[in-house]
Design a protein. Structure first.
Length: 279
């Protein structure tokens, strides 16, 4: 459902109230683009398949496009909303547990502990901070059943990219170490109000049951070094890193970062971990 072209500006300066938003004006600083296409909403909810008794947490519920059909099926829902006006609206609903906070400050481990079960995370993530949110969630993957997130299509392409693909990146390596991922719904710009300038998609992320053990901060540093100069071969980046840490390995440094499988990065991280003295 596209925004009604007959709708009037809600205030001077050409700003218009969001369709069906009760007069709410989208705030650019929060990266607000509200989902209004009911066909797409239904498709996303079917992909999530919420059930009563599950502990679902929605990041950025906004005007409730996903919140409403999800809580109808799950009966209860925790929502994390930064916009105080939207949070105030949401608090009026007894079936919602509202956390008014920046999602990057939320302890998801504490939420799972409080719930006494693993979490199911959903949401239309703000596109301007989607990667930081995904990295923020990594340490709690073992306390999550699955994640369904609306993201910029370009970001989803990077998340699921394979080695040798132009989209294969630091994000690909860090997330593929911990999750099995797939794109489940494609969403065009016209499905939002206001419409973004990019295509969107919903990604399903299921944590691996037995991921390779890594020192996450050190692994993140190593992968960042590898992708710091994408066009150069790894001899210029990881080669120096290996020398610095006294690591000798049969690792082809004539490759570029985008050509190296996740397993090879993990093997190198394991060597680094083995050389690090135990505390």
């Amino acid at each position: 459902m596209r925004p009604d072209p007959r709708s009037k500006p809600a205030r001077p300066g050409g700003k218009r109230a969001v369709q069906g938003g009760g007069g709410h004006i989208a705030r650019k600083r929060f990266g607000q683009n509200f989902l209004v296409d009911h066909g797409v909403i239904d498709e996303i909810v079917r992909a999530i398949a919420p059930q009563p008794g599950q502990h679902l947490v929605e990041i950025g519920p906004g005007l409730g496009a996903l919140t409403n059909p999800v809580v109808e099926r799950s009966e209860k829902l925790t929502v994390i909303e930064l916009d105080r006006d939207l949070a105030a609206r949401l608090r009026k609903r007894a079936e919602l547990n509202v956390i008014e906070s920046d999602v990057l400050k939320v302890d998801f481990g504490a939420l799972a502990q409080e719930a006494g079960q693993k979490l199911r995370l959903i949401g239309n993530l703000p596109y301007n901070i989607s990667s930081p949110i995904l990295f923020h969630l990594l340490p709690w993957a073992d306390q999550v059943v699955d994640q369904h997130f609306m993201l910029q299509k370009e970001v989803v392409d990077r998340m699921v990219a394979t080695p040798g693909n132009k989209d294969y990146s630091r994000l690909s390596v860090m997330l593929q170490w911990r999750y099995r991922m797939e794109c489940v719904v494609d969403v065009p710009p016209g499905s939002f109000d206001p419409p973004p300038k990019v295509d969107s998609a919903v990604v399903r992320m299921i944590p691996l049951a037995t991921p390779p053990e890594v020192d996450l901060p050190e692994f993140a540093k190593m992968v960042a070094v590898a992708f710091s100069q994408r066009r150069k071969i790894l001899r210029h980046t990881l080669g120096a890193w290996m020398t610095e840490h006294g690591i000798e390995a049969d690792f082809d440094l004539q490759r570029r970062a985008e050509e190296v499988p996740v397993a090879d990065y993990l093997a190198l991280a394991a060597l680094k971990k083995a050389k690090t003295p135990s505390a």
